[in-house]
Design a protein around this ligand. Sequence first.
Ligand code: TMP
Length: 234
Amino acid sequence: MEKLEMLYEGKAKKVFKTDDADRYIVEYKDDATAFNGVKKGTITGKGVINNKMSAVLFDMLEKEGIPTHFEGLLSDREMLVKAVEIVPLEVIMRNIAAGSLAKRLGLEEGTPMKRPVLEFCYKNDELGDPIINEDHILAVELATEDQLKTIRKYAYKINELLMDFFKERKIRLVDFKIELGLYKGDIILADEISPDTCRLWDWETDKKLDKDRFRRDLGDVEDAYEEILSRISK
Ligand code: TMP
């Protein structure tokens, strides 16, 4: 597989074309941003960890019946993926109140939800990824009704699968964000699943083992990413 020109550079990853029109190469960077790019920094080794962790989780989900873009690891920082067109939605699932949900509803961070909460944000940096509902999605055609139904089904199933997976590794899945893509007309799971895109708390101590350590200047950022990778690699 030949790596050709860069198609897109995001905040944490670069996407390259390949000599196969149906495949891209994703390269994971150590760059970290928060608050829509206002806070910038580096988390040394993050790219390698997020690449490996996403590979493990995509593999697991694929085996459990969720179609993903993941095709295989190419190097420490690179994975081969199906060439999808990203649906411009950030699909967020929450099991415990934290972050913007805790703020919006005036809940103490750590309050368990009586049921999982699915949220959608419009993936648009200029607008700051605003929260939207299903009527907005259909009214401005960010996804079709069928696509939305599939996205909802996958989001709940992925939440169950990830919660079980992390629980076995003594990690609480507080919330996470996924992105879906269109590949040959079908919705499949794309982007990444990593401590950048999940809130992960130690089961016993509630210690934050995710990007909130960077967002909130809590220290031990690199250690937290390494701890997560070592627990999920067992
Ligand atoms: P929030 O509480 O800030 O809305 O974040 C919800 C989840 O989404 C959390 O697991 C972090 C993740 N997330 C991203 O992956 N990218 C983002 O740009 C933001 C704001 C959150």
